[in-house]
Design a protein around this ligand. Structure first.
Ligand code: DPP
Ligand code: ZN
Length: 866
């Protein structure tokens, strides 16, 4: 297969200004008629070449004249017409088979309804089209279907609808905003609707409609609430108003992505839309809020202004993640949100950056763009925007955004054009900053500090180095904003001077390989709090002694760094144990410090819950070379057991004291209390005494909501044995008709780190509820196992790896996009103990050697082998 390169970008040879699509919907034989106004773009004599895949052509006509076979060619990927006028009408008719489309790209069926997913390159499976994001067209869509498909939806405004003979009906939709084909959407089927409306900042009333499976409308209430808050927030934070009179969301069960920002008609994976207290956890509510916001925010950063080509994907995704993170911080608290975002960044993006799949936020070549919907493009892309804001300040940042919206509205553009808006707004040259987009890898920053008591100065010596990544052996220094504050040894904030100004905190910009910065007016021996709020996506090492971290854990006013100090101390203790050097004295000291932090009455319960959780096993594996998952698991469990014993009275107090007595509320305060209570139980369960098993069982049985039920189940899973088996059976019996809850039932078993769990996971693929074609169910079992159960995935026999490879190969046969997303856990093979690495590599080789592999899986498997 041939790579696509950024350097080969050419403007489209032909543009489509307007299109009229007619869908005659039938599950196996849908007819799609397209009438396009096509115009040659520039002075050239190239043939017309439009994308088209898996289309059964019926007819092709230019300006009303049907083309004979010899006047056009159609192969597996292209429609080519050698000779066309400069401006003309192209009419095509094709037949497609939505029912048998299990790749879930283009037009397919989910739960008996028609729906679409076109990003990135699905539209070419619907009709012949120049399927690239820089072709923007005005769409009119006529849908005809049997009346059994009660709702007929597409983008924009409903223009007309009515009955047709033979028990059929139709609807015509028009979207006044030119858009690329990847934002096209169509839905047809039996759906219930939840309706509401919102008055925008200019006083317009927008109708809001969320369409769901019959009977499920009440479960869309939280998503509706999140949508309204998102719309108002975007007006206040970015001055962005919604532009159509109607905004629709549809939830479907079979979906490759989490959700999709189609203009005026978002389509969501039902797992990210439906919620009620009985079936959804607080984490589900939190994700629904952030994804509803994310897709809504795309209306301006993605739809009104889109990407020139797919190399610019971070232009819309990194920016929109930054926007949804900012929204969530406003809704749920800045520190807690930041900690969660950084945990996710480290777990997914840092791991990616350290392996063979490392790539820049703006990559320069790909085989399948589907493979680049990655943590790097999304999460690191968002970190870049955050750093930009830190470097130029909030006012210049907002001014730059305003400029971007003014300058590029209605167009498809590039990351350079975006950054240029901030250069103009701030008057700064950001050419060095651009390297963040082009250079892969996580920079290592080291910080050494020297205090001069007589001169009252603190000298900070900072260095950076980015390790090589595939294709990028040499790295240049990046501009890294390091936010620094000082405490004294009693934990009091210390003011100091920077450039003659008294401050509590300052931004040090490390923009060379090495830099020395002197802070003055430092009266007392300082404890340095560096990289506050995780001001840059780097790995920081300081020369500070462990005792400084105890000061930060107890007192840092920057709550991110308070949490970070605890994580650093815990990681050191676990890694020492894993290396056979258990440090019991400091383990006690750490437990003591956590106990003090827990008793801080002023602290937010959600924050305390985060403080109580030790660094995850995958996170620890990144800090050990070569990584030994079994040793890490054992060491982490040992520290948990010690904490559990040491903190037992306090944990029990929390567990009793935080019981929800009133009505369930999904807000941040309620969720925080439940999180802390469940975290307390989780830690208690590390000490598997009988009375604690009883406590967990009681918690599970008394649970009045899904958050507590899952908390109880998770604690019982750690304890294992008959109480866990009983709880699993009860849970399944109660929830077997609720697909989203059954996903949780599969996932909890996939997470079980006990000895026999791999056999259970293998057995579950034969369970009658294992729907092998549904991405949610596949992810619940296969992806959860490979990503969140390192102790069993890295079974020394290699059986965990073999299971994953077997699944990838099976899924690739019908859904390459979903299969490819499962390759990642094998990609880290070089970081593990050699005997494990060899087994992982062998599975990658087996995958890569398979005949008829999709481009998606081929690209990732071969890159992973590197
Ligand atoms: N639907 C995906 C997202 O919103 C891809 N655009 O991130
Ligand atoms: Zn997005």
């Amino acid at each position: 297969p041939q790579a696509i390169r950024l350097s080969d970008y050419r403007p489209p040879a032909f543009l489509v200004d307007e299109v009229f699509l007619t869908f005659d919907l039938q599950p196996n034989t849908t007819r799609v008629k397209a009438k396009l106004s096509v115009r040659r773009n520039g002075d050239h004599a190239e043939p017309l070449r439009f994308n088209g895949e898996r289309l059964k052509p019926v007819s092709v006509a230019v300006d009303g004249r049907a083309l004979a076979e010899g006047e056009r060619t159609i192969d597996a990927e292209w429609l080519t017409i050698p000779d066309v006028p400069d401006a003309f009408t192209l009419e095509t008719e094709v037949e497609i088979d939505p029912e048998n489309n299990k790749a879930l790209e283009g037009l397919y069926m989910s739960g008996g309804r028609f729906c679409t997913q076109c990003e990135a390159e699905g539209f070419r499976k619907i009709t012949f089209w120049p399927d690239r994001p820089d072709v923007l067209s005005r769409f009119t869509v006529r849908i005809e279907a049997d009346k059994a498909f009660g709702r007929l939806l597409s983008n924009g405004n409903l223009m007309e609808s009515g009955d047709l003979p033979g028990g059929r009906h139709y609807a015509v939709w028009n979207d006044p905003f030119p858009k690329p084909s990847y934002l096209f959407a169509l839905v047809a089927g039996e759906l219930d609707v939840l309706e509401d409306s919102l008055v925008t900042m200019s006083g317009r009333t927008v109708e809001l409609k969320i369409y769901v499976d019959p009977g499920m409308a009440p479960r869309a209430a939280y998503a509706m609430d999140a949508l309204k808050r998102s719309m108002t927030w975007d007006e206040q934070a970015f001055g962005r108003e919604y532009d159509l009179d109607l905004f629709m969301i549809v939830a479907v069960r079979d979906f490759n992505f989490g959700a999709m920002e189609n203009k005026g008609l978002n389509i969501f994976n039902s797992s990210l839309l439906l919620a009620d207290p009985a079936t959804a956890t607080d984490l589900d509510y939190e994700r629904i809020e952030s994804v509803v916001a994310h897709e809504y925010f795309h209306n301006w950063t993605g739809d009104r202004i889109t990407c020139r080509d797919w190399f610019q994907l971070c232009l819309k995704e990194g920016l929109t993640v930054f926007r949804d993170q900012s929204f969530s911080a406003d809704m749920r608290g800045e520190a807690v949100q930041r900690i969660k975002d950084v945990k996710a960044l480290r777990a997914r993006q840092f791991a990616e950056d350290q392996g063979p799949l490392a790539h820049p936020v703006r990559p320069s070549s790909y085989l399948k763009i589907d493979n680049f919907y990655t943590a790097t493009i999304y999460e690191k892309g968002a970190e870049i925007i955050r750093m930009l804001k830190t470097l130029i300040g909030p006012e210049a940042f907002r001014a730059g955004m305003d400029r971007y919206f003014e300058r590029w509205d209605g167009q498809a553009t590039t990351v350079e054009a975006f950054i240029n808006c901030f250069e103009d707004a701030s008057g700064r040259d950001l050419s060095d900053f651009f390297a963040w987009y082009e250079q892969a890898g996580t920079p290592r920053v080291s910080l050494a500090s020297r205090y001069d008591e007589a001169a009252r100065t603190l000298t900070l010596d900072l260095r950076q180095e980015t390790p090589p990544t595939p294709g990028q052996p040499q790295k240049k220094p990046l501009p890294i904003p390091v936010i620094v504050g000082l405490l004294d040894h009693e934990g009091r904030t210390q003011a100091f001077e920077r450039d003659g100004q008294a401050v509590d905190e300052t931004v040090v910009v490390l923009d060379a390989a090495q830099a020395t910065v002197t802070l003055t007016g430092v009266d007392r021996p300082p404890v340095v709090s560096a990289l506050r709020g995780f001001s840059a996506p780097v790995v920081l090492k300081t020369d500070a002694p462990a005792k400084d971290r105890y000061v930060l854990l107890a007192s840092d006013p920057d709550l991110f760094n308070r949490w970070e100090a605890g994580q650093g101390l815990a990681a050191e203790l676990i890694l020492a144990r894993a290396a056979g050097r258990a440090d019991e004295v400091n383990e006690e000291r750490y437990a003591e410090a956590v106990a003090r932090a827990l008793s801080d009455q002023a602290a937010d319960p959600a924050f305390k819950a985060l403080l109580l959780a030790l660094p995850s096993e995958p996170d620890l594996a990144l800090q050990m070379s070569p990584a030994d998952p079994a040793a890490i698991h054992e060491a982490r469990e040992a520290l948990r057991a010690r904490l559990s014993v040491h903190l037992e009275p306090e944990l029990r107090r929390l567990h009793t004291g935080l019981q929800d007595l009133g009505e369930f509320s999904p807000d941040a305060a309620g969720a925080g209390r439940r999180a802390l209570r469940n975290a307390a139980l989780e830690l208690l369960a590390a000490n598997p005494r009988h009375d604690i098993a009883d406590l967990a069982q009681g918690h599970f049985q008394a649970a009045g909501n899904m958050t507590d039920a899952m908390g109880g189940l998770s604690a019982l899973m750690q304890i294992g044995g008959a109480p866990f088996e009983q709880a699993l059976a009860d849970f399944y019996a109660r929830w077997k008709s609720e697909p989203l809850v059954v996903d949780k039932w599969f996932a909890i078993q996939a997470r079980d780190p006990s000895e026999g769990a791999l056999g259970r996971v293998l057995g579950l693929t034969a369970h009658p509820a294992f729907e092998g074609k549904n991405p949610n169910r596949l992810r619940a079992l296969v992806s959860t196992f490979a990503n969140f159960n390192p102790a069993r995935f890295h079974d020394p026999s290699g059986a965990g790896y073999r299971f994953l490879a077997d699944q990838i190969l099976a899924i690739d046969g019908f859904n390459p996009m979903t299969a490819a997303r499962l390759v990642d856990p094998l990609g880290g093979w070089r970081r593990y103990r050699p005997e494990l690495g060899a087994l992982m590599k062998a599975e990658l080789q087996r995958i890569a050697a398979k005949d008829g592999l999709s481009k998606n899986v081929y690209e990732l498997a071969t890159r992973a082998l590197g």
